[in-house]
Write a protein that binds this ligand. Structure first.
Ligand SMILES: [Zn+2]
Length: 266
């Protein structure tokens, strides 16, 4: 069985692989961008319909302002590098969900982003929020959800295509899709990506926030504010983004690279 899976993995890797933006890591991708965007959008609507969405507040304006600025920078960046395929078909959308207990945010494939109100006291200002939003957007740009779904299709569905998996085991596939997107059984509770994906999202996120004109040095202050909260009220964001000393060290080391992308926002 193990050999069989390895064989399929090799075969699929030869046919279905991509490269992560900026880091150039090869990844296994068995799902089409089109399918994932459609599912991401569907899932986003479902979450919003079950949540209390905040409109017409200064906090909502902040989410919109910071989010649109990063999204605009990401689109510019992709154009400037001739890699528009990374955001092709993205319809950026930002929402603020009223839940003061959820210190979290996510970005689904297709540029569907939500921030929970519980996150805002720790992100404090626009630049603090930019750290988290750029990190979440980086997960989507690096196709981490697609990658996780591809591994699930390979290991649990014997390498079936997504549409076949949906056709044959609709409930099971739907549950796995949510896992691939990093969404747990309860709204507001997100699942961790693996460590490699997390460090990739840190690195890409820092560069993208810099490209949007936000100083990436602020990331260190933001993460240390989160860390201080860890003892009194551990934020959910930290349970999926553990602040190991290696992580902080890596972020410090990546700031000079991100600063190369820093530009004044026009
Ligand atoms: Zn993350």
């Amino acid at each position: 069985m193990k050999k069989y899976i390895l064989f399929i993995a090799l075969l699929l890797f030869l046919t279905g692989c991509g490269k992560v933006l900026l880091t150039q890591r090869q990844q296994l991708l068995l799902v089409s961008d089109y399918d994932m965007r459609a599912l991401g959008s569907q899932q986003y609507q479902e979450i919003l319909s079950k949540s209390k969405v905040v409109r017409d507040t200064n906090d909502y304006q902040r989410v919109l302002r910071v989010g649109n600025r990063i999204a605009g920078a990401v689109d510019d960046f992709a154009r400037s590098q001739g890699i528009e395929e990374y955001t092709m078909g993205y319809k950026w959308e930002f929402n603020l969900i009223d839940d003061n207990k959820a210190m979290n945010a996510f970005c689904l494939p297709g540029g569907k982003i939500a921030v929970y109100t519980g996150l805002l006291p720790v992100t404090k200002d626009d630049t603090g929020l930019a750290v988290v939003l750029a990190h979440e957007i980086a997960h989507a740009l690096a196709k981490h959800g697609e990658e996780r779904m591809s591994h699930i299709l390979l290991l649990e569905f014997g390498g079936a295509t997504l549409s076949n998996a949906i056709k044959e085991q609709p409930e099971e596939t739907k549950k796995n899709l949510l896992l691939a997107f990093g969404i747990g059984a309860n709204v507001g509770v997100l699942l961790p990506y693996n460590r490699l994906q997390e460090s990739e999202a840190d690195r890409i996120g820092l560069s993208m926030m810099a490209y949007a004109g936000y100083d990436p040095h602020v990331a260190l202050a933001l993460w240390s504010r989160m860390e201080k909260l860890e003892t009194s009220r551990p934020p959910e964001f930290l349970s999926t983004h553990p602040l190991s000393s290696e992580r902080i060290k890596a972020i410090k080391e990546e700031i000079p690279e991100a600063m190369k992308y820093y530009r004044l926002y026009k």
